[in-house]
Each structure stands twice: as structure tokens, then as C-alpha cells.
Write a protein that binds this ligand. Sequence first.
Ligand code: CU
Length: 491
Amino acid sequence: MTESTVPTLHRRGLLRGLGLLAAAGAGLALAGPARAATASGTLTVPPLLDPATGSDGVKVFTLGLQSGTTEILSGVQSATCGFNQAFLGPVLKVNQGDTVRMDVTNNLGDVSTVHWHGAHVPPSVDGGPQNTIAAGATWSPSFAIDQAACTLWFHPHALGTTAEQVASGLAGMLIVDDDTDGAAALPHTYGTDQFPLIVQSNPVSTAGVLQFTTAGETARTTSFPLLVNGSNVAVAGTPELTVDAGRVRFHLLNASIADIVTITRTDGAALTQVATDAALLSAPLAVTALTLVAGERAEICLDVTSTDTITLQATVTAGGARGGSGTSSIVTLTSTATAAADALPSTLATFTALDVSSPDATRTIALSNSGNTMLINGVAGTTMTAMAGAEIMTTLGATEVWTITNATALTHSFHLHDVPFQVLTVNGVTPTGGYAEWKDTILIAPQSTNVIAMRFVDYADDTYGYMLHCHNTVHEDEGMMAMLMVMDAAN
Ligand SMILES: [Cu+2]
């Protein structure tokens, strides 16, 4: 990076830029015709966490939940938390077929858990409320990465404290890659042509105190700054990114505790979506807008050459009782590339619709509320006892069809652990676009009926359960969570 590429570098920008260069492999200063492509700019790029190699080639990632302080509002230090840093965390990249061990040490003063959102793993290592990590303790789950390329994330999932801990900054991205031709055709060099865009619209008091309850959302002194990779765009300015590549892949994550973001280009041109939450799309998909409810992800590719400037923006809609609003630019992308990238392949992955002609079970998942008490099938899942009394029992290998009804006037974010699902209908209509393929987190509109299908494969356990819940984590903490037990057919 040279000053000419970042003319307005100030101290905070400089720190960000240095982080970016470290992430990009420091190919930076040694410009020459044969150098690897690299990137520069003020966009905060989370560091890539290098795993240690354990026995039998296990990739060992070391994560520490810690507290710290972060300037979220201009000139105000907020008490925050993060993984290995004061706010948010590093990016972990793994490959299908890897075996990983996560050495997770809880250096918070409170109990926590770490859930691998979207990962198909046994319930005993899923990081739900049963996998509590006491203050000062280390939890070391080991599991196989048995799913194809996708964008996952990790965050706490303890009872009653999820919104607080996620709002405080405990959120990180986990990127799965695979060996398919489709994945290989997408940009996949982190910090060079592959970047996370973690967008958050979260409630903060004028004193800089992060809020995580309905009361906090609605308090008069609460504002909802828009953060991109932890940086407030209203304070630091629109993040800038200059790449040498002709194509960039952004891994979008809405890590807000409640709010909904819609991503568009400022010039109104189409984005090329290449993945949902849960998988690469079967084919690249041109979309003019991508709406992500809390917890939802998507991947996009942008083709860019030296004559282009592309700016992405996020339009925020309140997901809770009160929330953010308005539209903010979230990244301005330029490139030094003179040649256009080759066309993306017409096929990225194979998508096969589940056979739901004779499902093993059909269920109704009824979302309702009584004031600020949020219910699934009439039960507020605020304790393990309450959830155990209303648990859903299924059998390994079962294909199920669930009808999710929303009797509330609120938008919810439905997330199922364990396996991804397919959306069959929304209010009777077959969905299109990304909602027509694999998903693990979907928007549930007020008063809507949403039919989804899934197949429970691989992991049965009669002790540990999976969760299904609203990923508006305020609603989750208010009870919109239930437990699913996947039992072995022989039991
Ligand atoms: Cu909800």
C-alpha cells in the first residue's frame, strides 16, 4: 500500500490498513509484474486465524472470548467483547473434509457458549445452551467439516444472554471451501479477492452502552449506528477497497441482533449472488437487492476493472420494537485490473430438491407472542426445562415438512440448527432466487405461513439437542426458541 492509494489515511484508517495488509499476506510493498494480486484501502478486514496442526492433521483453532473497549460512537469508548480482539473476531477458513478442533477459552466474567451457526455437526459440539463454558474454562470440541462451500459464523448461544453477548461483539465468520470446480471458479484468496462484509445495525445508548433488550431498543437515547466489519461508517466514512483482481467475492453476514439489511449497488446495477447461507447456488444469480434478516448470509461476486467504481449500500429496516433506518454506503470498490474477469461458470453446484411426496413427519411451528414473551408452539423457551417439556423428537434419516406460522405482527428470523432446509412455499407461493435453494436462516414476515422441508442425517443423540429459534436474538432471549432431538432409529 502506498499513500497514493489511500490519500485520506488518518490514524484509525492507518491501523485498519495495516490490518488489511497483514491479512493480505504482506505482498504489498514489493510491487512488481509477477507479484500476487493484493488489496488496500480503509475497509477493516478481520485477520485470518491460522490453525495449528494437531495430531492426525487436525486443524486446531484457538479462540478466546474477551472483553475490551471499542469506539463505536464518535469519541465514546464502549465496553465490548470479541474473539481474540476487543470487538468481533478473526475469520476462520476450513475445507470440506477437514477435521477441526476449536480451543475456546471463556475469558468473560460470565458463562457463555460458542455455536457454529450453519455447521452440520453433532449436537454435543453444536455450541447450544447445553454446551456452556464457565468463566475461565476452555471448551475443545472437535468435529469434521462435512459440508460443501458456504459462509458460516460463530457466536454465543447461552440461555438469556445471546443478544447481550452478540451485541457486545462476539461474532466471527467461518468460511467453508471445497474442491469442486464451482468453488474453484470463485475468488478464494482471503484479503486479496475474498472479503467478509459483516454488517450490523445494533442499538447503542448515547453514552455508548450497547443495548440488547426490547427496552434498550426503544429507549429514547438509543441510536442504531451501521457497522461494517466493526467500523461505524458514519464516523470513519465509507470503507474503501482497492484490489488488483478483476473480480471480488464478498461474504455478507447480517450480524445485527435484530435489524434487517438490504444490500444494493448505489448505481442500481445487479449483484451476482453465488451462495445462500448454506451452500453455493446452483448457478450465478443476478439480483438487484439482497435482503438479509439477522443471522442470514449470502455471497456475491462483483466484477471490477480500473474504469469502475462500485459502491454497495445497506438499507436498514427495524427488526425489533425499534431499530435502525435509512441507507448507508458500506464499501466502495475499485480495482487496478485492466482486463475483465472470465465469465463465471454457468453451474456452480448441484442442487437437488428433497423428495417431499411422503414425508416421515409433518409439523407446525407456531410463532406467537404475549407482549414481550415470545413463544414457539405456545412455549417460551427461556429454560432448558421449558424446552425439554416441548421438545421436537425426530429420527435419523427422517424427511420432514414443517409449516411455520407467524401469528405475530413482527418479522422474525427463523434458524434451524443441524441441517439446512428448503423453502417449499411462502404464503402458498413457491419462492425464487436464493430462497429456492438451501437455507438455514430465513425471514418470516408478519402473519405469514412458510413451509420448509429438511432431512435429518448423520448425527443422533439422546442427550444433546439442536435448537430452532428466532435469530432476532432479543426475541430468542424472550423465549422464541425450541429444542429438537434427533434420535437413532434403533432407539
Ligand atoms: Cu423473532
